[in-house]
Design a binder for this molecule. Structure first.
Ligand code: A2P
Length: 311
């Protein structure tokens, strides 16, 4: 299994990256440093995670200590909802670059098909109608400027992908979406693969340790557990390896050093075909539904509105 996938720009995206969503300040910097030391070369960031300054300091230290050079890393960040107006897109990227202390990103994504008033909290009363072609036009300018070496989207449904591909002069390199054995994204991955768009999986463990959820979890799924037992791996490793074998890059989040290592230890073994086939028996449940966007008088009256009915 390749340790990277080729994007439609010709660049390579390392197949495992460290996710930083909900990685607490005071902890995330150490996690980045530890992850790069053990071999991670791909870090997934976003201003919406409120920790890019600390990540920037960790990256600076990694470069100063000679652990890696900038060109050895693949850094992704995202455009948040308050900067979706075309005239605000460049500023969104520049703020992120300043916080991360970088000159360029390897990948810049529209974080979600969601626009809110600039500077306002992204709650339903502050949402505005979105104009994806206009935002994408501004993203294309960034690509041409070299400050974003690839551009893409996140949380885009099949419908939004098709609409975007119909108007894009620079096609998106990546669609980053929730994907794991319990939400496999079969239709979306097929669409992306047929159009040369790489699918990158966030929450590839299905937010393994989120408390309070009554939904089924990836790591307690009987099929995931039985495959793990047969292969003498952990359920997390099996869920991640499944993602790689489906052809997607994966960005598991962890701030725990042992789990950071565990999640990278998925290259010198594989899930045989007969066991891969078992995953198709798993009942599908979307875990991350973005309920926070819904309001009876708002732009999205139901979660189905936000996901174009594809949940
Ligand atoms: P922690 O940071 O304490 O390791 P996802 O990437 O799917 O959103 O899942 C992230 C959650 O899964 C985090 O809460 C993280 O907790 C936990 N996690 C990460 N790696 C593992 C692992 N190998 N085994 C169990 N839980 C994990």
């Amino acid at each position: 299994m390749a340790e990277s996938f080729v994007l439609n720009t010709g660049a390579r995206i390392p197949s495992v990256g460290l996710g930083t969503s909900q990685a607490e300040p005071g902890v995330v910097g150490k996690a980045i440093y530890a992850a790069v030391k053990v071999g991670y070369r791909h870090i997934d960031c976003a201003p919406a995670y409120h920790n890019e300054k600390e990540i920037g300091m960790a990256l600076k230290k990694l470069f100063e200590d000679g652990v890696v050079k900038r060109e050895d890393l693949f850094i992704t960040s995202k455009l948040w909802s308050g900067n979706q107006a075309p005239e605000d897109v460049l500023e969104g990227l520049e703020t992120t670059l300043e916080d991360l202390q970088l000159d360029y990103l390897d990948l810049f994504l529209i974080h979600a098909p969601l626009r809110s008033k600039k500077g306002a909290t992204p709650t339903p009363e502050n949402f505005l109608p979105i104009d994806i072609p206009a935002t994408w036009g501004a993203m294309e300018k960034l690509y041409n400027s070299g400050k974003a070496r690839a551009i893409g989207v996140s949380n885009f449904s099949c419908k939004k992908m098709e609409d975007l591909l119909a108007i894009a002069r620079v096609p998106p390199a990546v669609n980053q979406v929730e994907s794991h054995p319990i939400w496999q994204q079969i239709k979306l991955r097929e669409l992306c693969q047929s159009k040369g768009v790489h699918l990158s999986a966030y929450s590839p463990l299905g937010k393994a340790r989120s408390p309070g959820s009554e939904r089924p979890t990836v790591l307690s799924n009987p099929i995931v557990i039985s495959v793990a037992e047969k292969l003498q791996r952990t359920p997390a490793q099996v869920a991640l390896r499944w993602g790689l074998q489906m052809g997607q890059s994966i960005i598991p989040k962890s701030t725990n050093e042992a789990r950071i290592k565990e999640n990278l230890n998925i290259f010198d073994w594989s899930i045989p075909e007969d066991l891969m086939a078992k995953f198709s028996e798993i009942q599908q449940v979307k875990m991350l539904r973005a309920e926070f966007v819904v309001h009876p008088q708002g732009i999205f009256k139901t979660v189905e509105d936000f996901w174009d009915g594809e949940i």
